[in-house]
Design a protein around this ligand. Structure first.
Ligand code: ASP
Length: 327
């Protein structure tokens, strides 16, 4: 069953969980799993992440490493035309062009990313290849596409009929291309996973803000902004108005706060407070953070109500609602 953010369906064992509170004890970092966090664990942004979690968790169970498992999980969302904020079917920029951002990081501290790539359905896989095949971290635009094509990726039209219609409607409303920030027209799949060898990887993929200025790049391909992993500590991912995440390097901040001893929950709250401090006059923005430490403890926090996330472990496959700052 396809589950999208706007069409949230309770399915199987998925429940819309209670509000997360700061129930997570201060973590014993740098250790192995505690007894109550057995084996693989996957956490991802939004309710649509549950489909990515299922794929990722299946692979982790088969002993596939966290890097390959999260790539396959994120591919599920990128390939889904019903999710209009990621990959195929993503909403285009103001010129009607779908441009995608993604990044990936493994447990050895390797990272790869692509920014503003066009015509390639699976930017997370291109990011992984940048990481594995080059000495660079980030490729952008035409260069990223050329690299993808040279490595066997196919060029495809990513603009679905639904997304084209949404763009035409937007153009009618804003004939001069007035840029509009709207908390409803953007999301990111951000996913963190720990495998059976206790190794963590993370990845994010998005079409960014709908109807953005052509050439705009968000937080997703910036290592440390929308995603960061340090296998000694844990990882974090972000969704929301990327400009605010970039200006505070939110995911890096969260991991560093966990390194100092904060729980994942407290670290997410700290990073949201940091954004709030600099954005009090901003209207209609939303930021959501997820964090996972090496004990399998997680945190989630957002600026406003409405952020949820998907969690999959041996015993759970649930969508949970995040707590938020501005009540
Ligand atoms: N962070 C993404 C961006 O700014 C969008 C989102 O996750 O809502 O590109």
């Amino acid at each position: 069953m396809k589950i999208t953010r706007r069409n949230f369906v309770k399915a199987g064992v998925i429940t819309s969980g209670g509000i997360l509170t700061s129930q997570f004890s201060s973590s014993k970092l740098f250790g192995r799993f505690s007894a109550d966090s057995p084996g693989p664990i996957v956490i991802s942004t939004w309710d649509f992440g549950i489909n990515a979690n299922s794929k990722t968790f299946d692979l982790l169970q088969k002993n596939v490493n966290s890097l390959d498992s999260i790539e396959a999980g994120i591919n599920v969302i990128e390939n889904d035309p019903g999710i209009n904020t990621v990959g195929y079917g993503g909403l285009p920029d103001e010129d009607g062009i779908v441009t995608l951002d993604a990044s990936i990081m493994d447990w050895k501290g390797n990272a790869g990313s692509v920014a503003a790539i066009e015509g390639i359905k699976n930017p997370i896989s291109v990011a992984k290849l940048v990481m594995q095949k080059t000495k660079h971290v980030m490729l952008v635009g035409d260069g990223a596409k050329k690299f993808a094509l040279a490595n066997g990726f196919k060029e495809e039209n990513l603009l679905t009929e639904d997304s084209r219609k949404a763009w035409l409607e937007w153009k009618k409303e804003f004939p001069h291309g007035a840029y509009r920030v709207d908390s409803k027209n953007h999301d990111t799949i951000g996913l963190l996973a720990i495998d059976k060898s206790n190794n963590m990887s993370g990845g994010v993929s998005t079409s960014g803000l709908a109807f953005k200025i052509h050439g705009r790049v968000g937080d997703s391909p910036i290592i440390g902004a929308a995603m960061f992993v340090d296998n000694e500590v844990g990882g974090a991912v972000a969704t929301g108005n990327g400009e605010f995440v970039m200006k505070t390097l939110g995911s890096f901040l969260i991991v560093e706060k966990m390194r100092e001893g904060l729980s994942p929950q407290k670290a997410c709250e700290f990073a949201i407070q940091r954004i709030y401090k600099n954005s009090r006059n901003e209207k209609d923005i939303q930021i959501g953070y997820l964090a996972l430490n090496k004990n399998g403890e997680r945190g989630a926090f957002s600026l406003y109500d409405g952020f949820n996330f998907s969690l999959t472990t041996q015993n759970k496959n649930v969508v949970l609602k995040s707590n938020f700052l501005i009540k």
